[in-house]
Design a protein around this ligand. Structure first.
Ligand SMILES: N[C@@H](CCC(=O)N[C@@H](CS)C(=O)NCC(=O)O)C(=O)O
Length: 272
C-alpha cells in the first residue's frame, strides 16, 4: 500500500515539474526584481531621511580629459573637428580610419559609431559622433565658439543645419564625385549647381557680416570653412565669390586656424 502511494505521488509530481519550469523561472525573476526595487527604494528613503544624497562624481575639467579624434584627413566632416581642436589649443590623439579598407565597418568601430562614418570624438568617457554635433559638444565643453546668448546659439544652430543641407551636399558631394567616386555628368551638374547657389547665398551674407554668425568667429565658421578650403578640388573657383574669399582669409588668420590638410595627421598620432 505504502509503495502504491509513493508511486502515485511520484506520478503526480512529474508532470507538474515538467510543465512549470518556464513559468516558475519567470515568477522567480519577477520576485527578484520586485525585491531589488523594494530594497533600493528603502535605501533611497533612508538616504533622504538622514539627508544623504547619492554621491555625485565631479567631472574633471574638459581640458583634463583625454581627446581622441577618429578620422580621415580627406574627410571634411573629420577635418571640421580637427580644426576645432586646433583652434581650442587642445591636445588630442588621432586614430586614422582607413575607409577604403572598410575599417569603419569593423565591429570595434561600429561599437563607437553606429552610423559607420568618420568622425568620432572620444572625450574621457564620452563618445560623440556627427561632425556638427561634435562641434556643439566641444563648444559647450570648452566654453568657446558656441555663442553667448540663447539667440546667438540659435543663430549658430541655423547655420549648422544649413551647412549640412547645402555645403555638404553642394560643395562636399561635388568634390567627392570629382575626386573619389565618379558619377554621371547630370549628377555632378546637379550638385555643382547646388554648391554654386550655396556660395552665392554665403557671399551675399558675408558682404555684411564679418563672420558667419556675427562679429565673432564661431563653430558656424569652423563647420563651413573646410568645404570652402577644398572647393577647388570640386572645380569651384572661389575668386567668383569675393566676400567668401575675404572671409576665408580672415578666418585663416585666427589662432589655430589652417588649411584642413595642414591640421589633420595622415596616420595615428599621440598628443605631444
Ligand atoms: N553627417 C556625418 C557625415 C560623415 C561622413 O559622411 N563621413 C564619410 C567620410 S566624409 C564616411 O565616413 N563615409 C563612410 C561611409 O559612409 O560609408 C558627419 O557630419 O559626421
Amino acid at each position: 500500500m505504502a509503495k502504491a502511494k509513493k508511486t502515485k505521488a511520484k506520478s503526480k509530481a512529474k508532470p507538474r515539474s515538467k510543465a512549470r519550469p518556464k513559468k516558475a523561472k519567470k515568477l522567480a525573476a519577477t520576485a527578484t526584481i520586485k525585491r531589488a526595487a523594494k530594497k533600493s527604494a528603502a535605501r533611497a528613503a533612508r538616504g533622504a531621511l538622514i539627508g544623504k544624497a547619492a554621491p555625485v562624481r565631479k567631472a574633471r575639467p574638459a581640458k583634463d580629459r583625454k581627446l581622441v579624434l577618429h578620422g580621415l584627413y580627406l574627410s571634411m566632416p573629420a577635418c571640421k573637428v580637427g580644426l576645432m581642436l586646433s583652434m581650442l589649443g587642445a591636445k588630442w590623439d588621432y586614430k586614422h580610419v582607413d575607409l577604403r579598407a572598410g575599417a569603419h565597418r569593423a565591429p570595434e568601430f561600429l561599437a563607437i559609431n553606429r552610423f559607420a562614418q568618420v568622425p568620432v570624438l572620444r572625450h574621457g568617457d564620452e563618445c560623440v559622433v556627427q561632425s556638427n554635433v561634435i562641434l556643439e559638444y566641444l563648444a559647450d565643453a570648452f566654453g568657446k565658439f558656441g555663442g553667448r546668448t540663447p539667440a546667438e546659439k540659435r543663430r549658430i544652430a541655423e547655420w549648422l543645419a544649413w551647412d549640412f543641407d547645402r555645403m555638404a551636399t553642394g560643395l562636399g558631394m561635388t568634390r567627392g564625385f570629382t575626386q573619389f567616386f565618379k558619377q554621371e555628368p547630370p549628377v555632378v551638374a546637379f550638385t555643382r549647381q547646388r554648391g554654386e547657389a550655396a556660395l552665392d547665398m554665403l557671399d551675399r551674407h558675408l558682404g555684411a557680416s564679418k563672420f558667419v554668425a556675427g562679429t565673432e568667429p564661431t563653430i558656424a565658421d569652423i563647420a563651413i570653412f573646410p568645404w570652402v578650403a577644398t572647393a577647388e578640388e570640386g572645380g569651384f573657383d572661389i575668386a567668383r565669390w569675393p566676400n567668401v574669399r575675404a572671409w576665408a582669409e580672415r578666418f585663416m588668420a585666427l589662432p589655430g586656424a589652417a588649411h584642413p590638410y595642414t591640421i589633420m595627421p595622415k596616420e595615428d598620432r599621440a598628443a605631444a
